[in-house]
Design a protein around this ligand. Structure first.
Ligand code: 3UK
Length: 514
């Protein structure tokens, strides 16, 4: 499928509404607060669309959603799309200053915010040049309408805005691993395209699937995986409003709602594996497949998960710039530890510093060409020029291809370590360390030794049953010596209680370098 196969005027609300034809009464959405059929979702989305029109919202305008995953998040999202506005799903873990930045940068006039997050907005509300209306999900108050009252009197029919397939539908702010958040806009066309190219063609989603994501809807990994793709094929979704760290709640919800597909970040799988009696205390038997993205899934975690649960994990690399996964393992064709192989719809290139392809096996910069790429970072001309290079998108990731054609992530461009004149990939050292039974999580960075030369240093979080000691540190170093080339072994081990991570679960190695 190509963008040109879609009608020129196409609104991605079709991904919800095509289900009204023959499965309107199927439960589309399961959540701890309420379950909704496709018809109920569509009706509430229409009410939101009408209510937004009354506030004067027009085509192309960003409308903010700052809430936990739940029915209102979803009906607001499709209501926004339906009237041609742009759904701005906001990260729920940010600070008031970051919300201030995003509200300025996106020019949002209307914001739907969960009651529990409203205090963050109150702190910065006085200085907002664009924000006019705040709708509260939960109990209203202080002069703001609550969501339920706001939509209550509205018609459940709403005239759609005839958007061009290239009109913008979503806006996400990606923090990456460093720097100011970057606004990334995706067009209506990108949603059906990624659904087909990866959701259907690679993952093999069908109508009988029920998805569940630990990754949130504000993150395009969660939004695509746990809303757009399943509804594109008529499947259903399970929403989890709580924090990713609460492994017991995550596993409890899987037990309760019996999803078939699980999306999680590597750290989520590691945390679940650290639970004693994982498969005795929780029922994971409904799952047929798991997906990992956000950062590379080390092979030891893949193997332990497969041993403990019998389930395969599909690791694929995606980015907010591409909306979703563009290089992936596939069911029945998995090489643990790798990001798999290219699939139809995306072309890949591994290039040297001059942009020329490197020989097979060499590490280089990964570039990707595909029709779901964004075109620019909002209000960031220079950064856009560095990333969006004509048809090609510079991912900022280092990769190499093995002799069988599988792609291996070698770290972010700025995470690579040059030790003894040779590039060392932090991922490779981390993956080795994770093979040791005492290690729960780890991160490897470059540190200068007494001769001012860079050498790998490992920060290690131990499993609960192990205590830090010099003996254990030496044992870990010795373990690496036996498993990999000597120059790659960590020269120092520092035991820590946790690793610094972004809101989307990526390890911030730059913080450990400082
Ligand atoms: C890293 C990975 C190795 C990589 C995302 C799936 O993570 C997503 O989007 P972001 O914009 O970050 C993109 C960057 O994250 N990364 C993601 N997945 C992997 N590295 N293996 C992986 N499997 O550095 C990439 O450039 O936050 C992931 C779907 C949608 C997404 N937005």
């Amino acid at each position: 499928m190509r963008a040109a196969d879609l009608p020129l005027y196409y609104n991605a609300v079709a991904i919800l509404e095509h289900n009204l034809k023959d499965r309107a009464d199927k439960t589309a959405l399961f959540s701890p607060s309420r379950n909704l059929t496709f018809r109920e979702v569509a009706h509430e989305a229409n009410q939101v669309g009408n209510a937004l029109k009354k506030l004067g919202v027009r085509i192309g305008e960003a409308v903010g959603i700052l809430s936990f995953d739940g029915p209102e998040w979803v009906t607001a999202y499709f209501g926004i799309l339906k009237i041609g506005a742009v759904a701005l799903g906001m990260n729920t873990l940010l600070t008031p200053d970051e919300y201030d930045y995003i509200l300025h940068d996106s020019h949002a006039r209307v914001l739907l915010v969960h009651q529990a997050l409203q205090p963050h907005i109150e702190k910065i509300r006085a200085g907002q040049p664009f924000l006019e209306h705040v709708i509260i999900i939960g109990e209203g108050g202080a002069g703001d309408l609550d969501f339920t009252t706001w939509v209550a009197g509205e018609s459940t029919e709403c005239t759609p805005t005839n958007t061009h397939r290239d009109d913008f539908a979503t806006l996400n702010y990606s923090s990456g691993t460093t720097g100011q958040p970057k606004g990334i806009l995706h067009a209506h066309k990108d949603l059906p395209l990624t659904s087909q190219l990866w959701g259907v063609n690679v993952l093999g989603l069908t109508e009988s699937d029920r998805t569940f994501a630990v990754a949130k809807l504000f993150f395009s990994f969660g939004q695509g995986g746990n809303l757009i793709f399943p509804w594109y094929v008529g499947g259903s979704i399970v929403l989890y409003p709580g924090p990713p760290r609460d492994t017991d709640a995550v596993l409890g919800l899987i037990t309760r709602f019996q999803p078939t597909i699980l999306y999680n970040a590597p750290t989520g799988y590691a945390m679940a594996l650290a639970m004693p009696n994982l498969t005795k205390n929780y029922d994971l038997s409904s799952l047929r497949l798991c997906v990992s993205a956000g950062e590379a899934l080390p092979a030891p975690i893949w193997r332990q998960w497969q041993e403990r649960t019998g389930l395969d994990i599909i690791d694929g690399i995606g980015s907010t710039e591409n909306y979703h996964i563009f290089l992936s393992n596939r069911p029945g064709d998995i090489r643990p530890g790798s990001s798999g192989k290219p699939f139809l719809g995306y072309e890949l290139m591994i290039a040297d510093e001059h942009g020329a392809p490197v020989p097979q096996g060499d590490i280089g910069n990964l570039l990707v060409k595909g029709e779901t790429a964004a075109s620019f970072y909002l209000h960031q001309y220079e950064k856009s020029q560095q990333t969006f290079r004509g048809e090609w998108l510079f991912t900022g990731d280092k990769y190499y291809v093995d002799e069988d054609g599988y792609y291996w992530h070698a770290g972010r461009s700025d995470d690579m370590i040059k030790a003894g004149g040779i590039w060392v990939s932090p991922m490779e050292v981390e993956s080795t360390l994770l093979g040791h039974t005492a290690v729960l999580e780890c991160a490897v960075v470059g540190k200068t030794d007494t001769s001012n030369l860079f050498k790998p240093k490992a920060f290690v979080v131990l499993k609960p049953a192990y205590a830090p000691s010099e003996t254990l540190a030496q044992e870990l170093i010795q373990y690496c010596r036996e498993k990999m080339a000597n120059y790659k072994r960590p020269r120092w081990i520092e035991f820590v209680d946790e690793l610094p991570k972004t809101a989307t679960g990526k390890i911030q190695r730059f913080k450990l370098r400082d």
